[in-house]
Design a protein around this ligand. Structure first.
Ligand code: XMP
Length: 512
């Protein structure tokens, strides 16, 4: 792999993703990892990420010079660039010239491998206080910026290079090209990390882990569990049984999509548990959002556990598939094995006497890679590009008590909004599009010749990268108008459609 050494900046994961976009497999390692341990992984190259603003700061992580003696190609970015300069005998100075944001880059007469033939003046994203004042001996300085005399350097013979700016962010237009040139031009890495390669490797690994034993997987309808199960199925076929719990809080067509489209595309053995009555009975009379979440979570575990026991007893199941992604692995400390099952409401918290070994075929992947693999495995677009949907489902999109009638009203309104969004071709721009029924609010309207006294629904389309922050989506007015007209025409209980124009923060994405 290419190892990305994480100096604690928010950019390290992004660097790893960009390396993979260049078709090279990469992994993150903490900066505290000893050099021998990094070298033991036989890295094709090592990338030092950004980090604290000064190499002179108290406790600032240093780079062990031994790293540069091993003959492994190294690329330093921002802080990693400065740490590299220092370790190799260059100088880093407090020049007092800080640069933050878009900055013009002046490419030197000798542009090196990284910058050759790129536009002479281009903008790069900077975020630094100190800067390299003298490059280490043997290095060519290939660019400068107004605040950094040395903004890029390289020593192609030793396969070492670095840049003061951030090539991994979109604000550096040629950043991906520069990163790719380091990988293939300077480090000599073969760009072979493709979907086909990933699938082949995972299939091999799953076969090796599972052998001839039986496997179970809980499907949520979301893309992660769907792709994880499809990979396992490709590897071990009918040794896999999937369980799908229909809690009665899904949107129109979702249960059918899993039951029909997904099974048709994969040929997976599926056990569907229709538990709608049980969930709706448990939710009767409940209006508090957290109470709803607790009830759905509790019932889910009970129902899934029961189903898992039945399947396990019939088949002697030894393994459980989890759709854990790479960011979860990194965030939970990168540990391995059964220790770090996240208490995910879907399949989490299985009791002690129901122990399975975990199969986690997506553990090394980012979300966009999971989608690409899903598509390569032939899963339907509706599953691959499905917007995230909360575990408690529509129960937290009905403000007030959840009843069968209200669910039906919301399902129709939600279906209309989704249909129109899809027809407008904007699905992939939108992160999520909750439609919320204000079931305890009534408003007066007029339809035909008569007065109506119905309920409002709220449209909450948002754009986001990770759901941590979000902005309300500026959907075209004529699209909003079509949705509004159709909902008020086709759903008699609803006589008003409103648009939520709150970002997150301060609002959350969901209304409850
Ligand atoms: P909020 O509303 O907090 O949502 O901005 C952030 C993201 O999390 C989803 N969400 C949930 N997902 N169980 C889930 O599995 C929940 O209880 C839950 N609440 C919110 C929400 O849809 C958004 O993607």
């Amino acid at each position: 792999p290419v190892l990305v050494v994480d100096f604690g900046a928010q950019y390290a994961q992004l660097i790893a993703r960009r390396v993979r976009e260049a078709n090279v497999y990469s992994e993150l390692v903490p900066h505290s990892t000893p050099v021998e341990k990094m070298l033991a992984r036989k890295p094709a190259a090592i990338i030092l990420s950004g980090g604290p603003s000064s190499v002179y700061a108290d406790g600032a992580p240093q780079v062990d010079p031994a790293l540069f003696d091993a003959g492994v190609p190294v690329f330093g970015i921002c802080y990693g660039f400065q740490a590299m300069a220092r370790a190799l005998g260059g100088e880093v100075a407090h020049t007092g010239l800080r640069e933050f944001g878009g900055t013009p880059l002046n490419i030197a007469d000798e542009p090196g491998v990284l910058l050759r033939d790129l536009p002479a003046d281009q903008s790069v994203w900077m975020s630094h206080g100190d800067s390299v004042s003298t490059a280490p001996p043997g290095f060519t300085v290939t660019a400068a910026s107004p605040g950094a005399r040395v903004a890029a350097f390289e020593n192609t013979e030793k396969r070492l290079a670095g840049v003061q700016f951030h090539p991994e962010v979109a604000h550096t237009p040629y950043g991906q090209e520069i990163l790719r040139r380091f990988l293939t031009g300077i480090a000599g890495v073969e760009p072979t990390w493709t979907n086909e390669e990933i699938i082949e490797e995972q299939v091999r690994a799953i076969r090796e882990q599972v052998g001839d034993k039986q496997v179970i997987c809980g499907l949520s309808g979301g893309v992660d569990s769907a792709v994880a199960a499809a990979l396992v199925h490709k590897a071990v076929g009918d040794q896999l049984t999937c369980v799908f719990v229909d809690h009665g809080l899904l949107r129109a067509g979702e249960a059918e999509q899993v039951e029909k489209d997904y099974v048709a595309a994969t040929g997976i053995k599926l056990k569907v548990v229709d538990a709608a009555d049980r969930f709706l009975d448990a939710l009767a009379g409940v209006t508090d959002p957290e109470q709803k979440r607790k009830i759905v979570g509790r019932e889910f575990i009970r129902v899934f556990e029961q189903a898992a026991r039945e399947v396990a007893a019939e088949n002697d199941v030894e393994f459980l598939v989890q759709g854990t992604l790479y960011p979860d692995v990194v965030e939970s400390g990168g540990g391995s094995g059964t220790a770090n099952i996240k208490s995910h409401h879907n399949v989490g918290g299985l009791p002690e006497d129901l122990t399975f070994k975990l199969v986690e075929p997506l553990r090394t992947l980012f979300k966009d890679e999971v989608r690409a693999i899903g598509a390569a495995l032939g899963l339907p677009d509706e599953i691959v590009w499905r917007h995230p949907f909360p575990g408690p489902g529509l129960s937290i999109r009905i403000i007030g008590e959840v009843t069968r009638d209200r669910l039906e009203v919301l399902r129709v309104a939600d279906k209309i909004a989704r249909e129109e969004l899809t027809a407008s071709g904007l699905d992939r721009r939108i992160w999520q599009f909750p439609v919320v029924l204000l079931a305890d609010v009534r408003s007066v309207g007029v339809q035909g010749d008569g007065r109506t006294y119905g309920h409002p629904v709220v449209l909450r389309p948002v754009e986001s990268d990770d759901a941590m922050t979000a902005d309300w989506s500026r959907l075209p007015f004529d699209l909003l108008a079509r949705i509004s007209t159709r909902i008020t025409n086709e759903v008699p209980e609803v006589n008003r459609v409103v648009l939520d124009v709150t970002s997150k923060p301060p609002g959350t994405i969901e209304w409850e």
